[in-house]
Design a protein around this ligand. Sequence first.
Ligand code: PBG
Length: 331
Amino acid sequence: MQHLKQRPRRNRKSQSIRNLVQENWLSVHDLIFPLFLIEGKKKRSEVHSMPGIYRYSADLLLKEIETCLKLGISTFDLFPSLNDSLKDKKATESLNEKGLYLSTLRLIKKELPEAIIMTDVAMDPYSSDGHDGYVKNGQIVNDETLEILAKMAVAQARAGADIIGPSDMMDGRVGYIREALDKNGFTDVSIMSYTAKYASAFYGPFRDALDSAPKFGDKKTYQMNPANSREALLEAELDTREGADFLMVKPALSYMDVIRLLKDHCTLPIAAYNVSGEYAMVKAAAAKGWIDGDRIRDEILLSLKRAGASVILTYFAKEFAQAHKEHLHIL
Ligand code: PBG
């Protein structure tokens, strides 16, 4: 018999021992559930490329949030789908107190004050150009966009937002938004910055869901080049200095090295956005019977924790919570 002093398998010999040595755990408390909001009453429509994910009118959205709260999900990220007739160059509808987004936000915070709501700050859902920034002579202009984003953020804070999520990738927007929030008395409203948001094909199903694809060109002059990781450190440094509370990496799966890089170099908590295309791939392969979708879901989410994310935004949040109702952690 071989004399081996070290036998790593000893620490894998039973579930109890495996639990003792498990380095990372996944809990429903780690998750944020993105939700899609549409106009109307009693409306619910499934996103065709995201089976199990629906767009809800405000009344049904409230019910959905209530169900999720009971499952232990505490935080929701809200995205609106607007009729084209409401879109314009300057995203003015984003400031309409009576409009879909702000009125629903108020309703949620009134009816379910315990729900933590993260809002999206970017122009694309309201922009006739479909870009995250203001378009002038065919260019996405940075500094004029900041003004619009800051007003949007303050309006959302006034309507009750707990966390502001700038997803636009304009330079300097975290500092600009932080200052505007503070000046208006919202020093307690947090900012989860989309710090390293890449120009990615993984956002396809999301743009279907909201009909928010750019009307011309692409987002490469503001979203990051998938080839780069050092640039993510620069973005993280700037966001930290400008007053962010969380640094997000997006997408998640193809960017786990970036999650780890930020985790190792930054002191702020790291969030990962497990995006629409990542969800769609799992659902499509599972529907064909090619993979075990439930196990792959748990493995993906747990591996994002291992990579260094302490918060995960994921369309799997509700089904994860349902699947693990009995335990707060997966085993
Ligand atoms: C836009 C925004 C996008 C997502 C979140 N906010 C798409 C984009 O940048 O085109 C993508 C989310 C997903 O794919 O799940 N501001």
